[in-house]
Write a protein that binds this ligand. Structure first.
Ligand code: ADP
Length: 500
């Protein structure tokens, strides 16, 4: 009897491993941080070998903490920081350059050139994305253009490209499997999300040989087995790797948002909103991107995605920048000490504003301050600002899909804040649903892996696992809500084009 599924959650700052049981409960976990490299202003890199080492150590530590032997593991699922790009030698497995992280802006000029060359419509039509340095395609081009000899080697078929999922799969299978799943592929800006294949015109435009690209597969299915003799993981040999998804898509799956119209928001450093749009991919009129949610049972499902650059990070600013609180949880106590923000509004456009405004010249703005304003009002305005930004995304999404959200499922570090969740419910006029297990990203990867090997029967089986920890329902009148939102929009206006 196999008792557990092992999920690998390879994130931007740490590698984690979690063992889940059939009820979706956590049975053991471990987490290892790794180094961030900032070689120039706006550049971010990771060491691919360190990622691998930290991930392997997390696996063994998680199994030790759970006192679980490898014989009781049914399958392995992988979820990962998306878009981060690695190019390696297919014979030695050695990377030709560090991993270029999703946050890295070094390819902004390549993107500007693509936009000037009139590629914008083509990219959106085929990949569902907007041309941006965030996605993998221009990062691969950068490596081929800037690492001595790389382009020649790539053209001779000696180099492989992969996002982190592909890198881990390749190493865990002893170099046998070079594959990714549709959800990760859809974040590279070179994958046709409707045809579910690499887009030849984009590859040609960027000079990326197709021989470098992994095979794109369904998110729940065969990604090979752990090879024999991997140092440190010898006992895992033969365990199938059978679930793979990018972190946000995995969270959508872990939240059991299986039906069209269901949505989740992750309140982390930034906020990531994703809505299941069913079997058709949509194109947003409001600056959101369209992406593959997952491939399962022979077809792909899609999602609309929007992100807020500064979410939980605004709370950290209150702590580290303003020194008004000593720890993140204190924001809640301070904010709860007042009935509202006393007319103060904060627009945390520290690094510009994303969807639906897309204004890189917007800057942080605080308005409505009076002689009576206290630190508590500012703390409250901080929480309001997170909820307002998510509300903006949801309104954009509702406009795109043409119906109103019925409920929002939440996770991420700041979703533990009861006051923030109540504010969010009031602003949206919908209920907020917080699950018992908030490790939804890893859980989603585990579910995808377990489904493929029959550990869970089907999605109904999984849906029953999801237990609501708390529901927050709106307590504000429609008129009050509209008045507050109008105020927020006035404040946003004040913040716009500031740095121009
Ligand atoms: P990430 O995965 O982006 O690193 P997390 O999901 O771990 O982020 O969430 C971290 C964020 O959660 C921090 O920015 C912090 O401000 C916020 N946070 C942590 N604990 C609390 C709390 N008790 N109340 C409100 N916010 C919190």
């Amino acid at each position: 009897m196999k008792d557990f599924v092992l999920a690998l959650d390879q994130g931007t700052t740490s590698s984690r491993a979690i063992l889940f049981d059939r009820a979706g409960g956590i049975h053991g976990q471990a987490q290892l941080e790794f180094k961030q490299y900032y070689p120039h202003d706006g550049w971010v890199e990771h060491d691919p070998m360190e990622i691998l080492r930290s991930q392997k150590l997390a696996i063994t530590a998680a199994m030790e903490s759970a006192e679980v032997g490898s014989s009781s593991i049914a399958a392995i699922g992988i979820t990962n920081q998306r878009e981060t790009t690695i190019v390696w030698d297919k014979t030695t497995g050695q990377p030709v350059y560090n991993a270029i992280v999703w946050q890295c802006r070094r390819t902004a000029d390549i993107c500007e050139k693509m936009i000037a060359d009139g590629m914008s419509d083509y990219i959106t039509e085929h990949t569902g994305l907007l041309i941006d340095a965030y996605f993998s395609a221009t990062k691969v081009k950068w490596i081929l253009d800037n690492v001595a000899g790389a382009r020649e080697c790539a053209e001779r078929g000696e180099l492989l490209f992969g996002t982190i999922d592909t890198w881990l799969i390749w190493w865990l299978t002893g170099g046998k499997v070079h594959a990714t799943d549709y959800s990760n592929a859809s974040r590279t800006m070179m994958f046709d999300i409707d045809k579910l294949c690499w887009d030849e015109r984009i590859l040609k435009k960027l000079g990326i040989p197709a021989s470098m690209l992994p095979e794109a597969r369904e998110s729940s299915g065969d990604f090979g087995v752990v090879a024999a003799g991997i140092p440190g993981l010898e006992s895992l040999a033969g365990i199938p790797i059978s679930g793979v998804a990018g972190d946000q898509q995995a969270a959508l799956f872990g939240q059991a948002c299986f039906s069209k119209g269901q949505a989740k928001n992750t309140y982390g450093t930034g906020c990531f909103l994703m809505m299941n749009t069913g079997e058709t991919s949509m194109r947003s009129r409001n600056g959101l991107v369209s992406t593959v949610a997952w491939g399962l049972n022979g077809h792909a499902e899609y999602a609309l995605e929007g992100s807020v650059f500064n979410g939980g990070s605004v709370i950290k600013w209150l702590r580290d920048g303003l020194g008004l609180i000593k720890s993140a949880p204190e924001v809640n106590i301070l904010a709860e000490s007042v009935k509202d923000s006393g007319g103060v509004l904060l627009v945390p456009a520290f690094t510009g504003l994303g969807a639906p405004y897309w204004d890189m010249y917007a800057r942080g703005t605080m308005v409505g301050i009076t002689r009576g304003t206290t630190s508590a009002h500012i703390a409250r305005a901080v929480l309001d600002s997170i909820a307002y930004q998510v509300t903006d995304l949801i309104k954009a999404m509702e406009d795109d899909v043409g119906f109103r959200l019925s409920e929002l499922r939440v996770d991420g570090g700041a979703s533990v804040s009861n006051i923030l969740m109540q504010i969010q419910s009031d602003m949206l006029g919908v209920s907020i649903n917080r699950p018992e297990v908030v490790e939804t990203t890893a859980l989603g990867a585990a579910y995808l892996a377990g489904l493929a090997v029959g550990y869970w029967r089907d999605i109904d089986d999984i849906e029953q696992n999801r237990k609501v920890e708390r529901l927050f329902t709106p307590k504000m009148s429609e008129a009050e809500r509209a008045a507050h939102y109008a105020e927020w929009q006035r404040a946003v206006e004040r913040s716009r084009s500031w740095a121009k």
